[in-house]
Unconditional design. Structure first.
Length: 265
């Protein structure tokens, strides 16, 4: 989706809103709904910007893009926020920002004391991301121990657990939401013209940023738990800023976008 009449960093002056979406089990999961979403996005150009925010590496996300016939977004946030790509180029300023208090080798060393952690393949590891599989009914307790251990060593990191299997240890300044905020600042986006969409634990960072949000109906327990705990006001009403969709995957996204931007439909 190249946009020749755009201003700095690709934002068109007519951009009305930006959609920031997770891929697996959010945009991807129901092929017909994904293609319907694609048609809408194309019809909405140049009013609507698109950012993918995924736990996958950039290479893996590009592979998914080809296999699922996804549009080229304006920006890619990959590796749970550890990388930002624009037109194929890594955003070096974001990488520099992540260096703060990040000591990858010491964090990696202390994870050796957690036999429950199964290293993910090399392609899922990067300078700013250490990833394991963790399948354990006591995951919450194990992760609390990990966080204590990191603090006790005088280190700092973000521990993100998704879908009861993916454990990512990231720089303290890193998650999908913080990467999105970096782009929002650059692009001049506001909380009211940004809509995030997700289904699992690594999307919580997106929802924490106080933009508008859509939780797809097929969301994982950890995101629904977070929403129950934080996404309600004092009288227990769901915040109007987060829509828990009746529909799954991309159909749920469209349902939420219609709620927040009815003029587009
Ligand atoms: Mg997902």
């Amino acid at each position: 989706m190249q946009d020749r009449s755009s201003n700095t960093m690709g934002v068109h002056t007519q951009t009305k809103c930006y959609i920031v979406t997770d891929l697996d089990n959010t945009l991807v999961g129901n092929a017909a709904a994904t293609q319907e979403f694609n048609r809408k996005i194309l019809a909405w150009q140049p009013q609507v910007g698109l950012i993918y925010a995924t736990g996958r590496s950039y290479q893996s996300a590009k592979h998914l893009q080809r296999s699922e016939d996804l549009l080229e977004p304006h920006y890619w946030i990959t590796g749970v926020g550890s990388e930002i790509y624009y037109q194929g180029d890594l955003d070096q300023s974001w990488s520099d920002h992540l260096m703060h208090q990040w000591d990858r080798s010491r964090i990696l060393a202390l994870t050796k004391d957690f036999p429950e952690f199964i290293p993910q393949p090399d392609r899922s590891q990067s300078d700013f991301k250490i990833s394991f599989f963790l399948y354990d009914n006591n995951a919450t307790e194990i992760l609390a121990r990990l966080r204590d251990r990191i603090r006790a060593e005088g280190l700092d990191a973000h521990v993100v657990y998704s879908s009861r299997e993916d454990l990512d240890i990231l720089p303290v300044r890193c998650d999908k939401g913080l990467a999105m905020r970096h782009l929002m600042t650059r692009l001049g986006l506001t909380n009211d013209n940004t809509i995030v969409c997700g289904d699992s634990g690594n999307d919580i960072g997106l929802f924490k940023q106080n933009t508008l949000g859509v939780i797809v109906n097929n969301a994982q327990a950890e995101l629904l738990d977070w929403h129950r705990e934080h996404g309600q006001d004092s009288s227990g009403n769901s915040h109007q800023r987060i829509h828990y969709a009746n529909a799954e995957c991309a159909a749920g996204m469209l349902e939420g976008i219609q709620k927040f931007q009815p003029d587009l439909f």
